[in-house]
Design a protein around this ligand. Structure first.
Ligand SMILES: NC(=O)c1ccc[n+]([C@@H]2O[C@H](COP(=O)([O-])OP(=O)(O)OC[C@H]3O[C@@H](n4cnc5c(N)ncnc54)[C@H](O)[C@@H]3O)[C@@H](O)[C@H]2O)c1
Length: 276
């Protein structure tokens, strides 16, 4: 046993929500490789060998309740990965309210014990959360499922950017109360990543920052390249880190903020909510 074992998952149980494809699947395979027992919840069929699959539709509260009933013990690492694109009915439930509901129920049932960690996949689209924090507090204060769905509808926020901002604000705000229970929560905010979801929206998702990547001679991230920081954040090696939304975008936002790559400046300022 050396210090580096803190990066591993031996003897741990990991639950990956949205682990059938893309970054979630990469995270499931990676933690399996790192020694974990892995449970994958997803709406789609799960084809990863060596994991337990539980069906869930994050858009339906009853489906989440049923999936939780199928869980047979506590979880050391929860990866909240599932997400859908703008235009998908129920986006507010699938991308935020459902993930939060699942976490609340896990805590209620003492299935996320002290020492466990939550790693969410937000997005560079969510980075402007601080500029909207006052409004987002209203949603974060509304823990009831139906009331939260109603709040989103009443405020016209059933869109990708708003729900990713809500997720980033949730991570920042809940870090303290969760750490009071010994639980950490972080998120990654990926830039363009080559997954089925991005391919289905290739022009907007993979077109974003394409000039920057061409300039650098790099490609969009692979799912595994995003899974690695996510898996690190839920490992014991990241024990000092909670409440963070880590930007995993190959430096695009930083290059824009500092004008190191001026063509990224406008997009960076917009995504960070700094355009007024
Ligand atoms: N690909 C990108 O460029 C990119 C960039 C930033 C953030 N993201 C975020 O990364 C996360 C993972 O997406 P991905 O790109 O790997 O795509 P993906 O489509 O491969 O993965 C999403 C997973 O969520 C599952 N899912 C969808 N609807 C569900 C529902 N109602 N209930 C349960 N599971 C459901 C899908 O079946 C799939 O397994 C998403 O939250 C997405 O918003 C993606």
């Amino acid at each position: 046993m050396g210090h580096f074992d803190a990066f591993r998952y031996d003897g741990k149980r990991a639950l990956v929500v949205g682990g059938a494809t893309g970054m979630g699947a990469a995270a499931a395979e990676l933690v399996l490789d790192a020694g974990a027992q892995v449970i994958v919840m997803d709406y789609a069929d799960v084809s990863i060998e060596g994991v337990e699959a539980i069906h869930v539709n994050l858009g339906e509260r009853e489906s989440i309740d049923a999936a939780l009933d199928a869980l047979d013990g506590p979880i050391d690492a929860l990866f909240s990965c599932a997400g859908v694109a703008d235009g998908t009915p129920g986006i507010e439930r699938i991308n935020f309210i459902g993930h939060r509901y699942l976490i609340d129920r896990l805590l209620e049932r003492e299935l996320l014990p002290s020492g466990s960690a939550i790693g969410m996949i937000s997005s560079a689209a969510g980075l402007g959360w601080e500029a909207n924090l006052e409004l987002l507090h209203e949603l974060l204060d509304t823990s009831d499922w139906d009331a939260a769905v109603d709040w989103v509808a009443a405020n016209g926020k059933a869109d990708y950017l708003s729900m990713k901002q809500a997720m980033c604000a949730y991570v920042a705000r809940e870090a303290y109360p969760l750490l009071n229970k010994g639980v950490r929560v972080n998120a990654i905010c990926p830039g363009p990543t080559d997954t089925p979801l991005a391919q289905a929206n290739a022009e907007t998702w993979l077109g974003f920052g394409a000039d920057y990547r061409t300039d650098l001679g790099i490609e969009a991230s692979t799912p595994l390249e995003q899974a690695m920081p996510l898996v690190f954040l839920c490992s014991d090696a990241a024990r000092a880190i909670t409440g963070q939304t880590v930007i995993s975008d190959a430096g695009y936002i930083s290059a824009g903020v500092t004008n190191a790559y001026p063509d990224a400046a406008m997009a960076a300022q917009f995504l960070l909510g700094r355009l007024g």
